[in-house]
Write a protein that binds this ligand. Sequence first.
Ligand code: ADP
Length: 175
Amino acid sequence: MTVSITLVQGDITRQRVDALVNAANSSLLGGGGVDGAIHRRGGPEILADCRRLRASLPKGLPTGRAVATVAGKLDARHVIHTVGPVWSATEDRSELLASCHREALRVAAELGARTVAFPAISTGVYRWPLDDAARVAVRTVREAADPARFDEVRFVLFDQAAYDAFAKALAAADR
Ligand code: ADP
């Protein structure tokens, strides 16, 4: 049996889930894209918690790792921050992208979060091609999410192109 994976097109900050995943940067101190949207809607408590975590991570959160904070005003209990790799045409960094998904799920399971929402990590400012990012994300979640521990893993895709890429990856994985 594999975990239930769902896709929605929309804004991750509007989701009601136990945990939502932030495509953060290693500073953990805010950025654009998903990160900016989460801090804007979630309010200052999330950033305050990030600052506390930063105190024990002087060099920041390494790529491929994940940590959790409160979710402030979001309709979630936790935000799990992970740092995706920047796309490279010359170096295969897909193991780091897979690691983001695995580590976020590991943290979610530790917190007892049974519904988890992911954005399309690395596909914005970090420029990872959508089809490839979708393939890595879907494959990793299918392999790593124990269906006994998660009710739903939801990918929240901001636009039609991202939705289509994930739908294609999911259909290919189900074959
Ligand atoms: P990264 O730096 O990992 O590339 P970004 O936040 O720049 O992260 O983008 C990751 C993906 O999230 C992109 O596909 C972008 O279109 C999408 N995105 C941006 N804002 C939101 C949002 N509010 N909800 C869901 N997805 C979003």
